[in-house]
Design a protein around this ligand. Sequence first.
Ligand code: GDG
Length: 482
Amino acid sequence: MNDVIRKGSADLVIVANRLPVDRVHDTDGTQGWRRSPGGLVSALEPVMRANDGAWIGWPGGTDVDLKPFVEDGLQLVPVSLSADEIEEFYEGFANGTLWPLYHDLVAKPEFHREWWESYVTVNRRFAERAASVAARNATVWVQDYQLQLVPQMLRELRPDLRIGFYLHIPFPPAELFQQLPWRRQILEGLLGADLIGFQLPGAAQNFIRLVRQRVGHKTHRDMVYLEDGRSVRAAAFPISIDTAGFEELARSEPVAQRAAEIREALGNPSKVFLGIDRLDYTKGIYPRLRAFSELIADGHLDVEDAVFVQVATPSRERVEQYRILRDDIDRLVGRINGDLGRIGPPVISYLHSSYPREEMAALYRAADIMVVTPYRDGMNLVAKEYVACRFDNLGSLVLSEFAGAAEELRQAWLVNPYDINGMKSALLEACAAEPKEISRRMKAMRKTVMDKDVAAWAASFLDELAAIRPSHGKTVRPARRT
Ligand code: GDG
């Protein structure tokens, strides 16, 4: 690790809760870093390289005093968190207060003043770090709900910067947001940005309405006009995936072979249903498994001929609500398999584990029906990944109306996850659909995810940010073509 990043040298700074690397321990005891997989990193990497970019984030764990370092050509600037801050800022305010509040109160948000204080402290640390790394007139792009105070804190420290903010999760309606004791501070924190991006237009409208009502600024359509003469735009930039990368993976021979192996291991049923989610109470895993199991119990699906594979990636395991969820799902799967199973592959093949990207692509290829039923989701990338992998134009997508992705993937079988009977009908329809119908829908959805990939998303946000302050300093250079 070497301190190679000169102060104030980066023309593009990404500020996110996590660094795009995970720590790895070699067998000889030395420590290193491995790039964490993820669309955000691959989308931003080319533009980071073209702009002397730096990425500021928490590396995980409680190490103090980590120096900036370069990994695989990316300049990384770690921000450390103490054990108390992990508990109060990350598990507490971010995941125990904001996450459920922004997801329609699917779970009850907790409001604790110590958590809020920790959120302020940690946001200030990120802002100070960004202020010291950014070059004069640089562009800083702050990511997500953990860092909503950073734009304002950073603007106070560095008024020369062009600042963007992107929220990956939903932004709730005023009626829910108003519960937050610190609602005004969050709105003002976000207003430090020049451009605030949301997944959907409705979220941007919720924000504009709240700013008018709660902070009293003048607004017109998607613009907010501040007293100091600055204006802020709030608009939708629906995120996407590395579509070509997923398709290429899905087309590869090893993935094709693995997909066949998976079907074989499941007993070659005629229908394979698939769910892949972080194990999170917003994802609607429980009602989806119930809907499927009732179809078996009612005799609409044959246990010898239909299998549900549910991958639930471990997530936020120290947060109480997540432990409860895990127990609930364990019990439900146990009961379904116990009640409806027979000797052979289980009714629900439940995997509490995470997998490499290749295995994910093989699962997508192996599945006849992909079931994505969140109660509320900013976008849902799994739905788009499934579509990207189905270059054969086969495969049915059953998708919740309450996932952001439903605004673009209109040709999916759309469902209300609170309506179990409605979901049962949609699962049966998707299952019984003629290949012609399936491929008509899939072709249309594939066109959407091909035309709008994650690189287009990043470029459209950064172009818009540059357009908002055109007379201002440097412009972010587009990614170099490789
Ligand atoms: C938030 C918002 C928004 C999952 N398990 C494994 C694995 N994954 C990958 C998936 C997908 C990603 O994780 C999950 O993204 P989602 O969009 O489905 O959901 P969140 O994690 O809740 O993401 C969401 C997103 O931010 C982006 O803005 O869409 O609404 O909640 O890419 O493939 N990847 C690998 N192994 C796994 O086991 N390799």
